[in-house]
Design a protein around this ligand. Structure first.
Ligand code: GLN
Length: 492
């Protein structure tokens, strides 16, 4: 098998046995990127030179037996809102097109400490606002399974890269579903950790009370390996939580006999594509055959209010987080303005795309005096009700399973002019962010037309160990992970 096609787990073993070198592996990835990324469009920046230098350093580390980890020499790419010192970090926005951070995000420092090789930065919806990656100011990213369709979003570059084998693993961020939804569209494994599990230091903020960084990988074992490196307390993020990081990889294979699984009726409601429902139900019956106890009577009654509450809270936080892009401190500044106020206005009018502007306006409105109680406070109250819904289910169930998205990948242009239709594609992922829970999307089948479908598994706060264990067991039962599209035919 070509090196770029292998899992992180298997490459870690090949590197450990000395069968391959990090330089060889990195070259294989860089060649793959040159061969297919013109068509897929995952990468905004490829740091070929830097990657080879890091790979040489990783090989040296291995030869000297100096602090070698399972990630030493593994090429990893990052969503372009994760700060990397000296390397562009654009948020796929004109506003940050020329921005090069002075520091690394904590997740990046941890990857470097583990000896990973950072190959580049990946496309996304501008400031992570969107569900299709069509809101990137720079380029479109195609779904490797069907080039006419979107990869999902906002981490579409991160999931398309893993599906197209232009990265061994990537990091994305998930504020309302942006790792899980594109993972389901691209047929890869995407996990959103518990809020506070992974440091947000150096993650450019969209909605701070919801954002989490998480791994995108080919398999569940790879997800466990990557999470183990990036998770953990960080004094630089005041919302990071000081609970121990367990060896997620070591604990994957536990039996799931007697495990209680809730299948919430609200997640199988109207609007759900029949092929998605069939795949999710089949996954449940396979879990049940393996000894899990499926409870179809569980209910999350406030699910219907999640999208409305999210789009008030997320936009309110965004309007405040994005106030810093004023043309003064860093980033883009419009030319030819007379006076400070005009400079602000022109900078923000030219620097931000339509969706970002729409959200800033929505959020500013929701926070304005007179509306604050009616919108923002109300949305916070709904958030509490949604969290309590989950608490009640988790009093009895170990995990919840559900679809990730009501539909498989949609076509370019299908929803871009209808913001509400786009927002509704997040209906099954948003409640998890509002409640701060960990969740994962694992491939669970394909539609007749060959589009991947994802199974969502949700666990209690900080129960990533259980989450990954169930996901791994399902991965063996389902047999859908690790597949990749035959891109050679598509890109010629
Ligand atoms: N699609 C959702 C939104 O547009 C979620 C985005 C995200 O998780 N970053 O807000």
């Amino acid at each position: 098998m070509k090196l770029y096609n292998c899992s992180l787990e298997s490459l870690g073993e090949q590197l450990a046995k000395g069968e391959i070198s990090a330089v060889e592996l990195t070259r294989s990835l860089l060649e793959r990127i040159s061969a297919v990324d013109d068509v897929i469009g995952s990468y905004l920046t490829v740091d070929a030179e830097g990657a080879l230098v890091q790979a040489e350093a990783a090989d040296l580390r291995r030869r000297q037996g100096d602090n070698v980890t399972r990630l030493t020499g593994i090429p990893i790419a990052l969503k372009d809102l994760i700060s990397t010192v000296g390397l562009p970090t654009t948020c796929a926005s004109k506003m940050l097109a020329s921005y090069r951070p002075e520091y690394d995000a904590t997740v990046v420092s941890r990857l470097r400490q583990a000896g990973a090789v950072i190959t580049g930065k990946l496309n996304m919806d501008e400031f992570a606002m969107g569900s299709s990656t069509e809101n990137s100011a720079f380029q479109k990213t195609c779904n490797p399974w069907d080039l006419e369709r979107v990869p999902g979003g906002s981490s579409g570059g991160s999931t398309a890269a893993v599906a197209a084998a232009t990265a061994i693993a990537t990091l994305g961020s998930d504020t309302g579903g942006s790792i899980r939804q594109p993972a389901s569209f691209c047929g890869v494994v995407g996990m959103k950790p518990t809020y506070g599990r992974v440091s947000r230091y150096g993650l450019i903020a969209f909605a701070s009370s919801l954002d989490q960084i998480g791994p995108v990988t080919l398999t569940v074992a790879d997800s466990a390996l990557l999470l183990g490196v990036i998770a953990g307390y960080d004094e630089r993020d005041s919302t990071s939580v000081d609970t121990p990081v367990v060896d997620y990889y070591k604990n994957l294979k536990k039996e799931i006999n007697g495990l209680k699984v809730g299948l919430p009726l609200e997640y199988l409601g109207a609007g759900l594509d029949p092929e998605v429902e069939t795949a999710v139900r089949l996954a449940c019956s396979q879990l049940s055959a393996a000894g899990a106890l499926i409870d179809e009577s569980v209910s999350l009654p406030h699910t219907d209010y999640a999208v409305a509450s999210y789009y008030l809270l997320a936009t309110a936080e965004a309007s405040s987080n994005l106030a810093r892009y004023d043309g003064v401190k860093y980033g883009f500044r419009a030319e030819g303005a007379e006076g400070l106020l005009e400079m602000y206005k022109k900078t923000r009018a030219q620097g931000f795309g339509d969706e970002v502007k729409r959200r800033i306006m929505l959020g500013t409105y929701a926070l304005s005096s007179g509306y604050y109680d009616a919108y923002y406070r109300k949305a916070q109250q709904v958030r509490t009700l949604i969290t309590r819904d989950f608490d009640k289910v988790f009093a009895d169930c170990d995990v919840i399973v559900a679809p990730v998205c009501p539909t498989p990948a949609f076509a370019f242009g299908e929803k871009i002019d209808d913001p509400l239709a786009m927002y509704l594609s997040d209906i099954l992922t948003i409640p998890v962010n509002l409640a701060g829970l960990p969740a994962i999307s694992v491939p669970c089948g394909f539609t007749k037309s060959g589009l991947p479908i994802g199974l969502q598994i949700i666990a209690r706060p900080f129960a990533e160990e259980t989450l990954l264990n169930v996901a791994w067991q399902y991965e063996q039962l389902g047999g859908w992970c690790g597949r990749r599209p035959e891109l050679e035919k598509k890109v010629g």
